[in-house]
Design a protein around this ligand. Structure first.
Ligand code: MF3
Ligand code: CO
Length: 263
């Protein structure tokens, strides 16, 4: 079932989203070569608790941490560990969910540590661009497939692989609500979008092939060809005009995009 959020509920999701943005900014600054993923996870846990937020990944289907931290060929759902140190040249994806007053926000980004390969820089840049290209299709009356196909076309135009095993999703009082939001598909197909729908768009893009497998830890998702992957995600709400990015408070759509949509 797809739920439509009213203004009061959206206000709560906005508060959760803005807090998550602040926390992810601090995490982005804290990340450094030589740091263990365990220490970064604790940093995030403390920040959430100090702000009265609930770290929702912790305990979700048994996931043991606040952050999913996925390095290089790890796509998503990496488990923080005392034995994993982030190194110069790594690309590190951070994905987390928090709730405030029972309402969830979910966001992810990939950061290169120190000097990284230009081709990894490009992968991160295009993955972010995939998000925005998809998100601008999240218009009242459009369909999920309009988002999916926009993401897929941009990624594949760069010869990247679009992860198919995992998708974006609706969000609200639950972390995962209907509808699923795949990063591949056909324009004009799928569920119709309506004002007040809140969804997470989260391209997971690999520099090689899209096939992935799960490690024996039951969580970490890794590319089969061990080429690096990037992830970028925001929680958004469908509006009368272009979507509002609930987990990116300062964001404004470029005038050119507004013009195309007569806004
Ligand atoms: N943000 C992720 C998701 O999309 C994370 C969840 S998995 C968890 O949906 F177990 F870590 F919570
Ligand atoms: Co998500």
């Amino acid at each position: 079932m797809i739920s439509i959020k009213n203004d009061v509920q959206l206000g709560k999701m906005r508060s959760a989203g803005h807090l998550l943005y602040d926390i992810l900014q601090q995490i982005r600054e804290e990340m450094a070569p030589g740091m263990t993923t365990w220490d970064l996870d604790h940093f995030a846990y403390d920040l959430m608790r100090r702000n009265k937020a609930v770290p929702c990944c912790l305990g979700y289907e048994g996931f043991p941490a606040t952050l999913c931290i996925s390095i290089n060929d790890e796509v998503v759902h990496g488990i923080p560990s005392k034995h994993v140190t982030m190194e110069e040249g790594d690309i590190v994806s951070i994905d987390t969910v928090l709730s405030l007053d029972g309402w969830m926000a979910d966001s992810a980004f990939t950061k290169g540590l120190g000097k990284i390969k230009p081709e990894d820089e490009e992968l991160i840049r295009v993955t972010e661009e995939c998000f925005f290209t998809g998100a601008r299709m999240a218009l009242d009356g459009n369909r999920i497939g309009d988002i999916s196909s926009a993401v897929q076309q941009l990624a594949e135009s760069h010869n990247y692989g679009v992860i198919r095993d995992l998708t974006g999703h609706g969000i609200g009082k639950d972390m995962h609500e209907d509808p699923a939001v795949p990063n591949f598909g056909m324009a004009g197909h799928g569920v119709r979008l309506r004002r007040g729908m809140t969804i997470c768009i989260e391209p997971m893009i690999a520099r090689g092939h899209w096939q992935v497998h799960q490690l024996r830890d039951g969580w970490t998702c890794v590319t089969n060809d061990h080429k690096p992957a990037a992830h970028y995600e925001h929680t958004i709400v469908v509006t009368q005009g272009l979507p509002e990015l609930l987990t990116y408070p300062g964001f404004a759509w470029p005038e050119a995009v507004k013009g195309e949509n007569n806004i």
